[in-house]
Design a binder for this molecule. Structure first.
Ligand SMILES: Cc1cc2nc3c(=O)[nH]c(=O)nc-3n(C[C@H](O)[C@H](O)[C@H](O)COP(=O)(O)OP(=O)(O)OC[C@H]3O[C@@H](n4cnc5c(N)ncnc54)[C@H](O)[C@@H]3O)c2cc1C
Length: 384
């Protein structure tokens, strides 16, 4: 089915993304995968190409391209070329950290961070999850304590993408002095630059998306000025909730893009390979599987495209976005699994895109809020 999401500007942007992909990523991606790290030069090259900080207004060095279709184009191009770790790294920077700074950051904070986030000279992480608290963020124990006009942050975070390679993190910390499970107004957000007492742990060895670094962070009495507080004290969870539509939409978009890319690759593979004197695609089972998969891909695209339009109009609610994330991430999990099966033994070999996509997309039902949490918020809305 023909999609009606994009116009000429998006297709021009796609050409830029495709060129960046083949010039900067394709020759180096395997080495970054082996090193579990991407170099800063990848970020600055992306910045030069105008691929970072898309929504940053011109006054802070950006192009003010808040239209989410541009981010969608990028995700689609990374999915087609199977550079999924780059998609994850950009997602954390552009979909998770940036919206909080844009919506709640002071001009001082924006001036300090946004131009560098656009140029790739400042790479950011979002640091919410802790060893003892992931789904239930009210259980976090990292604390920020006032020190005159400044703050001292102490605690530990885990699973932090761009944690080693980045320059700083948007940190959720407890600011009411309490222990045990906090109230909704017990937490605040801080933009924390790497400095004394801000230590990174070693790489977490992920099953996929290896080129994107993921690590624990340790804060040992880290001094941050009052200017690093994002918005107001006690509103950290409220702010995080306010940005849930974009975070969840982004995962839905990535899921849909990977599903389409792996479907397309699998059609080609099953046309190229033979068994019993026939192409794999000529077996009825293969055609039935691909028929189901294509239908699921198109239904998912239509649903996610609708969510993108709603987001651009400002009408996508957090539960709308939860449904899009739930649907699309479950579909890509199933689709990559079935496409892998159609590749036979080669599907199990990491050199093949389907094996990498299978491992990468396994994350999508887990992070950014697990799908059990998505079902919970959707179910609670239904129950009223
Ligand atoms: C590769 C990777 C990258 C990540 N990147 C980041 C990052 O950059 N920044 C960051 O802050 N975090 C990041 N995360 C963390 C991620 O968001 C959490 O792993 C996720 O939110 C789940 O938290 P948890 O792992 O503590 O699981 P838990 O909360 O311990 O959940 C365990 C299981 O219990 C289920 N469960 C929990 N509560 C309920 C409930 N109420 N009802 C039903 N079931 C429930 C969950 O769905 C899950 O199946 C990343 C994780 C991974 C794996």
């Amino acid at each position: 089915m023909k999609r009606h999401l994009f116009d000429e500007d998006h297709e021009l942007f796609r050409e830029v993304a495709t060129e960046f992909n083949s010039r900067e990523l394709a020759p180096n991606y395997a080495a970054w995968d082996a090193a579990h790290m991407m170099p800063r030069s990848m970020w600055t090259a992306a910045g030069e190409q105008g691929l970072l900080g898309l929504a940053v207004p011109e006054e802070f060095g950006g192009m003010g391209m808040a239209d989410y279709r541009f981010r969608t184009v990028l995700d689609e191009e990374f999915a087609k070329s199977n550079h999924l770790a780059v998609a994850l790294a950009f997602h954390l920077h552009d979909d998770m950290v940036l919206p909080h700074l844009l919506a709640y950051g002071s001009d001082e904070l924006k001036t300090a961070w946004l131009p560098g986030m656009v140029s790739g000279e400042k790479v950011t992480s979002i640091a919410m999850t802790e060893p003892g608290a992931g789904s239930d963020l009210r259980g976090i124990r990292t604390k920020a304590v006032r020190d005159g006009d400044d703050w001292r942050i102490t605690g530990q975070k885990t699973f932090i993408g761009n944690g080693i390679s980045g320059d700083g993190a948007l940190v959720l910390a407890r600011t009411d002095g309490g222990t045990g499970r906090g109230a909704r107004d017990s937490f605040s957000l801080f933009m924390v630059e790497k400095t004394e007492g801000y230590n990174t742990g070693s790489q977490l060895d992920k099953m996929g998306l290896k080129a994107s670094d993921t690590a624990e962070l340790f804060f040992d009495n880290v001094l941050v000025t009052g200017a690093n507080l994002v918005g107001e004290v006690g509103r950290g969870l409220e702010y995080a909730a306010g940005q849930l539509p974009q975070g969840r939409l982004a995962i839905a978009v990535a899921s849909s893009a990977v599903a389409r890319a792996i479907y397309t690759e699998t059609v080609q593979y099953t046309k190229d390979r033979n068994a019993f004197g026939e192409r794999i695609i000529d077996f009825q089972n293969s055609r039935f599987e691909l028929a189901d998969i294509l239908t699921e891909v198109e239904v998912t695209e239509a649903y996610v495209d609708n969510a993108i339009r709603a987001f651009n109009e400002g009408t996508l609610s957090a539960t709308d976005a939860a449904r899009a994330k739930l649907w699309a991430s479950e579909r890509v999990k199933s689709i990559t699994d079935r496409c892998l099966q159609l590749h036979g033994g080669y599907g199990y070999i990491l050199e093949y895109p389907v094996a990498q996509a299978f491992l990468a997309s396994r994350l999508l039902t887990i992070f950014g809020g697990t799908n059990e949490i998505m079902r919970d918020v959707i179910g609670r809305e239904i129950a009223g």
